[in-house]
Structures are given as structure tokens and as C-alpha cells.
Design a protein around this ligand. Structure first.
Ligand SMILES: NC(=O)c1ccc[n+]([C@@H]2O[C@H](COP(=O)([O-])OP(=O)(O)OC[C@H]3O[C@@H](n4cnc5c(N)ncnc54)[C@H](OP(=O)(O)O)[C@@H]3O)[C@@H](O)[C@H]2O)c1
Length: 316
């Protein structure tokens, strides 16, 4: 590493999005540092530094003079919302956000920008016009999203409250990111389609907001390098679409003519056995990236067909 090399810190960077970002910024010649709870990290991309996600210690010095800190920590929400899982989902987002804020505040030479993961699920379930960053925030009983909206609010609150003068802050209200990595939804959807189970889910009318992994990485780079942008930013492709259209497009890309639909009760039973929650599927998320578009960001994959075709060509 030389002194002129830009440094990016990826807290929770060992997961799906972190590994994608690590590869992206290594390609750009940056010094990439992943903060992980693993004591003996192996197979990570870039430098691996151990932390516990809640206490200040020697990892703090990595933040000194960094170009960017990106916080991606959080237990996956793809689980049953038992009392124990709810606590872990909340703690794994709130505690690392708090301790990063404290570490940045104590830096004599603070990082230029801090991007904290958040979620586009913060916006209200809607079948009407799309939500940009000024969209309505809140839960709806029919979307069963009370807990996820609570998580989103509780996640953004310590981030908003953190006093980090000299460090620009951006809350990344991210939609479902489509990629080939572990934890990505795309391989799961494609498997369903290939098994002939790729019909509409529930009513099929619910909107799906999404973003290609490549555009996610490019957008993060864009937000880091455009120092006039701060506050909440939607990380979403510009063309959300109803679930039934998404599934039809994927069937066409996979050349599978038919797909059995899944009714609401089938989703409930399936979610129980897969240890997940139907809200991840039935909520109508219609979110658009107004601030990215207004700042001039160009999407490489603006439509889901382009995204599916690209991802299908990348993996088996
Ligand atoms: N993937 C998406 O489509 C998507 C969409 C919207 C929002 N998000 C949010 O973006 C973030 C990154 O997503 P992802 O898909 O990359 O998730 P992921 O693959 O599950 O990775 C999250 C990372 O968080 C770390 N972590 C988990 N619990 C922690 C804790 N208690 N304290 C500190 N670190 C902890 C883990 O790293 P170590 O085990 O190495 O410490 C893990 O590798 C998550 O917060 C997620 O909710 C993701």
C-alpha cells in the first residue's frame, strides 16, 4: 500500500454486498479493508481486520484518513421473526452503526464519507405512483411489514444522530440486489423457474424494486465521489415492476414456457418450512432512485430483462 492509495473500510464486508464492493474497489486500485467478527478470516477480498461490531479497539485506526466507510453489517432478515431473531436483527444493525459513529467522531483525520446500509422497505407498501426519497415511510397491515419498518427506522436513527463533523453521511435505502453471490435472490428465483415453479407469487400485482449488483457497486462509487450528495439515497433500478411481470420475464430469459403460481396460503406454508417470512414477497415495493438520476448517474442495467440476461450469462 502507498500513501496516495485511497482506502475504503467495509464494515460487515464479508457478506454478499461487501464482497462485491471489495472486488469493485480493488479493481480500481483502492486499499480495501473489511471489518469482520471472524477471528481467522480466510478467503476474504483485500485486508481483513477483526472487530466485534460493538466496542472501540485497534480497528479504529483503519478509519483514520480513509476515503470512505461503508457499513454493511446486519443479521439476514431472511428468517422467522422469533423474539430472538428480532433482537439479533436489530442489535446487529444498531450497535455497529453506533460504534462506527463514535469511532469516526474520535478520528483526528476523519473519513470523508460514511455510507450506512438501510433498506428501501422503509417506504410504505404501495400500488400507486412510485416513492422517491421523499416517499411516505410506514407500515401497512396487509403487507405484514411492521417489524421491518421498525428495523429500518431504528437503523437510521443512530446514523442520523451520530455527530461526525467533517464526514458526509449517506443512508443507502437499498432494494433487493440481484447478483450471483451467496445470499443473492437471483439464483433462488432461477431455480424456482427451472423447476417449473416460476409463476406469479401471491396476487402477482405487488411491485418489486431491484438493482443489479454491478449498478449497486457503481452507485456506491458514485456516491463516494460526488461530495454534494448526502442524506438518504434510494439504491434501486429506475424500473420497478409487478411480481408477475418479473416472473414472466425470468421465464422468458430461462426459456421455460410455464410456471406454477404460488397462492398466498402456499407462500405462508412455504415460508414456515423455509424459516422465512412472506412479507419479503408480498409487500409492494415501488421505489425509484430520484437522487441518483438527478445527479446524473447512468444505469448499466435499467430494466430487469437486461439484468436477468446478464446474470444468466454469468453463472450456471
Ligand atoms: N442484499 C440485499 O439485496 C440487500 C438489500 C437491502 C439492504 N441490505 C442490507 O445491506 C447489508 C449487507 O447485505 P448483504 O446481503 O451483504 O448481507 P450479508 O451477506 O448477510 O452480510 C452481512 C454481514 O454483516 C456481518 N454481521 C452480521 N451480524 C453482525 C453483528 N452482530 N455485528 C457485526 N457484523 C455483523 C457479517 O459479517 P462477519 O460475520 O464477517 O462479521 C455479514 O457478513 C445488510 O445490512 C442488509 O440488510 C441488503
Amino acid at each position: 500500500m502507498n500513501d496516495k492509495m485511497k482506502r475504503i473500510i467495509l464494515a460487515g464486508g464479508s457478506g454478499f454486498l461487501g464482497r462485491a464492493l471489495a472486488a469493485h474497489f480493488l479493481d480500481l486500485g483502492w486499499d480495501v479493508v473489511t471489518l469482520t467478527r471472524s477471528q481467522q478470516p480466510s478467503g476474504g477480498i483485500g485486508r481483513q481486520v477483526t472487530w466485534d461490531g460493538c466496542t472501540l479497539s485497534s480497528w479504529q485506526k483503519e478509519l483514520e484518513g480513509a476515503a470512505a466507510v461503508v457499513n454493511l453489517t446486519g443479521k439476514s432478515v431472511d428468517c422467522r421473526y422469533t423474539a430472538r431473531n428480532r433482537k439479533e436483527i436489530l442489535d446487529s444493525r444498531i450497535k455497529p452503526t453506533r460504534v462506527l459513529g463514535e469511532a469516526i467522531r474520535l478520528c483526528p483525520q476523519p473519513p470523508q464519507v460514511w455510507l450506512n446500509a438501510s433498506t428501501a422497505t422503509i417506504y410504505k407498501h404501495t400500488f400507486a405512483g412510485p416513492w422517491d426519497e421523499s416517499g411516505e415511510i410506514g407500515a401497512a397491515p396487509e403487507a405484514k411489514d411492521e417489524f421491518s419498518v421498525e428495523v429500518a427506522r431504528a437503523w437510521e436513527q443512530p446514523f442520523d444522530e451520530a455527530q461526525t463533523p467533517g464526514t458526509r453521511k449517506i443512508a443507502m435505502r437499498t432494494t433487493m440486489v440481484l447478483g450471483m453471490g451467496t445470499n443473492s435472490v437471483f439464483p433462488v428465483l432461477r431455480r424456482l423457474v427451472r423447476l417449473g415453479l416460476g409463476g406469479k407469487m401471491g396476487s402477482g400485482r405487488q411491485f418489486v424494486s431491484w438493482m443489479h449488483q454491478v449498478d449497486f457497486c457503481r452507485a456506491v462509487e458514485w456516491l463516494i465521489t460526488h461530495d454534494n450528495i448526502q442524506g438518504p439515497v434510494n439504491l434501486a433500478a429506475p424500473n420497478p415492476l409487478p411480481n408477475q411481470e418479473m416472473m414472466k420475464t425470468l421465464r422468458q430469459v430461462c426459456r421455460v414456457p410455464i410456471g406454477l403460481p404460488a397462492t398466498n396460503w402456499m407462500l405462508e406454508v412455504g415460508a414456515f418450512f423455509l424459516r422465512t417470512e412472506t412479507e419479503l414477497i408480498i409487500k409492494s415495493r415501488r421505489v425509484v432512485p430520484r437522487r441518483l438520476i438527478d445527479s446524473g448517474f447512468q444505469f448499466q442495467f435499467p430494466t430487469i430483462r437486461e439484468a436477468f440476461e446478464d446474470l444468466s450469462n454469468r453463472g450456471t
